[in-house]
Write a protein that binds this ligand. Structure first.
Ligand SMILES: C[S@@+](CC[C@H](N)C(=O)[O-])C[C@H]1O[C@@H](n2cnc3c(N)ncnc32)[C@H](O)[C@@H]1O
Length: 218
């Protein structure tokens, strides 16, 4: 497993005293991500988080946006266990138990239909371009009409890496698998349009990250 250590800092979860995973990086960017989401999406409906990791983001989102039913998910058993631990320590009725989801596999959208919001934080640099296309096509199918997707993480700008931290991190990821690494913002915008999404905004976020706000049309 590779973690995000661009200029936002290390995203290596550590084990806390209760045996749960805890990510210092998720702690740092949590409030800004919660604020962005709170002012972007409607305050009701169903939301799916892909690659929830330690669950720190969804716990805060669930506590703040109580009219939304939140579904955490991840591919990794340890992270699912950790989210379960977090949820047993903090009972938040509008957050469902986490589920196992490999978001790069064809067909998962049929199990999670009519989502009003899908959230993806710090995943796309860890999967291939082909997997990104499958993921976004499944996201399109899983979303209800007018549903939103927010994708947050480190990206190239017009094909270029724009900080030393990003250059180093991208190189490191590629060492483990040449097909992984940062995606280009322009290629993503083309992909959104090919799939039928409406691109609402791209926002510069702290630590050289980007947030893409995209909507499925009616
Ligand atoms: C860098 S961590 C980000 C976790 C969390 N979103 C955050 O920002 O703190 C990447 C996460 O993606 C998950 N992941 C990797 N490949 C995945 C896949 N194909 N489908 C779903 N989750 C995946 C990992 O298990 C891990 O929890």
């Amino acid at each position: 497993m590779i973690f995000n250590n661009n200029s936002e800092g290390l995203n290596i979860p550590i084990v806390d005293v209760n045996g749960s995973l805890y990510s210092p990086s998720a702690n740092r960017n949590c409030s800004i991500i919660v604020e962005l989401i709170s002012k972007t999406i409607p305050n009701s409906g169903k939301a799916l988080e892909i690659a929830s990791g330690t669950g720190q983001h969804i716990i805060q989102l669930g506590s703040k946006l109580r009219q939304i039913t939140w579904q955490p998910s991840d591919i990794d058993k340890e992270r699912i266990q950790s989210i379960n631990n977090l949820l047993s320590d903090n009972v938040i009725e509008n957050i469902n138990p986490p589920c196992h989801l490999d978001a790069t596999k064809d067909g998962w959208s049929s199990k999670y239909p009519n989502q009003n919001f899908i959230l993806i934080i710090n995943l796309l640099h860890l999967i291939t371009l082909k997997e990104t296309k499958t993921l976004l096509s499944e996201v399109f199918s899983a979303l209800a009409p007018k549903g939103f997707i927010i994708i947050y993480g480190p990206f190239m700008r017009k094909g270029k890496l724009t900080s030393k931290g990003d250059v180093d991190f991208h190189k490191n990821i590629k060492k483990s698998n040449i097909k992984l690494g940062y995606k280009n913002d322009i290629s993503l915008l083309k992909l959104f349009s090919t799939l039928g999404f409406l691109h609402q905004k791209t926002i510069e976020m702290p630590a050289n990250n980007l947030a893409f706000i995209i909507q499925k049309p009616i």
